[in-house]
Design a protein around this ligand. Structure first.
Ligand code: NAP
Length: 488
């Protein structure tokens, strides 16, 4: 694996949740320096978790009413004397103002909860800076990835992981123990050098969404320009007709389904490429190229963006008849028919096309909604692997096939009508069909028994050109084993 969140040390480190050495520590006195938002939420959570809390403030009289009555609010030096573990809920800029407390802090554990305003803001992490100011203390970095809101919202809500690092194992274990009693999952991130990375985590802005979002925007821009040329620029140049009014709704609404449809196919294309690679090399143990690896990891986000565009397309489509331009066009058509004395304008083929087109569109959107809902961690966690893969893989592929039907019934025979080729450009829907049809075709080929069997064997560990041990049932029902070339 090359990138993405899973490649980051977060999961590479050992979760301390099941550590037998961690024992409940409720009842212990915990100190908190500072009386701001974080200190207040922390104190509430600590009190609720059974700890005694002593808050150190520069102005305890004024701040005491903000804290639960069970928490003692006193001067900083007083608070520090009463406990061995102190959460420093103060901004880095003010650490130096705590230096007066250096004598009373000797030998104590300081928990640095601070965050920065920019990634890699300072040369050294805040925790390392705090450790340099108080060399006689043991500093543990932790709790910065948890917000004040999470602390107050109870054990069932919010982020549950607390990333912890320190150069002192014992101190780290003590803080992990406190985190666990508070209902969090402590994650050991190693020594103090990890503090910088832990401090950067809350500043990351949706890292897994960058590539899929750029992809969606890129596709939107390409299809929007293409549709603009066909629907607005072409009538203006050829017939001097001003169709600019089409831009906000019609052009956008013909662009959105293109993006949704192509994005949906891009969820399944990397799987097809991965299968091709496995079939070609005859092994599943060969690493995929980095770009394919990245693509495979971003499938969930690509799928969700596809659903987002499809949902917008549905809303835009429902709004089409509301437009003033649409009403004018309807009246214009009615007047034209009256002048031409046309009584029956019913075109059976068109009626059927539209009914089927809308119906399959609704089904496709319904399936996409199901895929989106089941990709939410809380729902996904309640499914077993078979259920999850059935919904995401099988139903997802069915959604792609139904979306293809939706596109084909929309296009109908337009691809064969030369009037539809504006500036020799084919109708947009024909372009969107390219990738999805390739994916569907590949999936059909992979489902052929000879290919499916080979792929299944590869995915169970079979390798081309390797000798493997095999076990075969004999005629009597007993099993015999031997060595064979897996090429056979
Ligand atoms: P805050 O509301 O501004 O509180 C900071 C507190 O620091 C003040 O209430 C003050 O308490 C104390 N302080 C001590 N010396 C100070 C000085 N010289 N000048 C000004 N204040 C001084 O900030 P906060 O949101 O609680 O954040 C505190 C720390 O927690 C920060 O390092 C922040 O990065 C971290 N953090 C906050 C959150 C969050 O959701 N808010 C989340 C993660 C981490 P006294 O006046 O009583 O001394």
């Amino acid at each position: 694996m090359s990138g993405g969140d899973m490649a980051k040390p977060l999961l590479g480190h050992r979760s301390m949740e099941g550590d037998p050495s961690i024992k409940p520590a409720a009842g212990r006195t915990i100190g908190v320096l500072g009386s701001g938002d974080f200190a207040r939420s922390l104190a509430i959570r600590l009190v609720c978790s059974g700890f005694k809390v002593v808050v150190g403030s520069r102005n305890p009289k004024r701040k005491a009413s903000l804290f639960p009555s069970a928490a003692e609010v006193t001067f900083q030096a007083e608070a520090v004397k009463k406990t061995d573990v102190i959460f420093v809920a103060v901004f880095r800029e003010h650490y130096s103002t705590l230096c007066d407390l250096a004598d009373v802090l000797v030998g104590k554990i300081l928990v640095d909860v601070s965050n920065n305003t920019e990634i890699n803001h300072h040369k050294e992490s805040n925790a390392e800076y705090l450790a340099s100011l108080f060399p006689a203390c043991t500093v543990v970095k932790g709790f910065n990835v948890v917000s004040a809101w999470t602390l107050q919202s109870g054990a069932r809500d919010g982020n549950k992981q607390v990333l912890i690092c320190s150069n002192n194992q014992e101190a780290k274990r003590t803080v992990a123990e406190i985190a666990q009693v508070m209902g969090f999952t402590p994650v050991d991130m190693g020594c103090m050098r990890s503090a910088c990375e832990i401090e950067n985590i809350p500043l990351r802005l949706l890292p897994a969404w960058k590539i899929p979002t750029f992809l969606a925007l890129g596709l939107f821009l390409c299809f929007f320009t293409y549709n603009l040329i066909r629907q607005v620029i072409h009538p203006y140049i050829r017939e001097q007709k001003n169709k600019l009014y089409k831009i906000p709704i019609e052009v956008v609404n013909t662009t959105l389904p293109c993006v949704a449809y192509v994005m949906l196919s891009l969820v399944y294309l990397p799987g097809v490429l991965a299968a091709c690679s496995q079939l070609y090399y005859g092994t599943k143990y060969r690493r995929f190229p980095d770009w394919l690896d990245q693509w495979l990891q971003h499938r969930k986000q690509i799928g969700l963006l596809s659903f987002f565009c499809a949902a917008l397309h549905a809303v835009y489509s429902l709004c089409l008849p509301m437009r003033r331009s649409h009403r004018y066009q309807l009246i214009e058509m009615a007047v034209k028919q009256a002048v031409e004395k046309k009584m029956n304008i019913w075109v059976e083929e068109e009626v059927w096309r539209m009914e089927i087109y809308i119906s399959v569109g609704i089904i496709a959107l319904g399936l996409l909604s199901l895929l989106a809902i089941t990709s939410l961690p809380s729902i996904a966690n309640s499914l077993n692997w078979r259920e999850f893969s059935f919904i995401q893989s099988t139903l997802g592929f069915i959604a792609l096939v139904i979306s293809t039907l939706h596109t084909l019934t929309y296009g109908w025979s337009r691809a064969f009508d030369e009037n539809q080729y504006k500036f020799y450009l084919p109708p947009t829907y024909t372009l969107t069909l390219l990738v999805p049809c390739t994916v569907i075709l590949a999936k059909v080929i992979f489902s052929l028994p000879c290919i499916q069997q080979r792929l299944l064997r590869i995915r169970r560990g079979w390798e081309k050109g390797r000798y493997v041990k095999f076990v075969l049932p004999s005629a009597t029902g007993e099993y015999s084993s031997g060595e064979t070339s897996s090429n056979v």
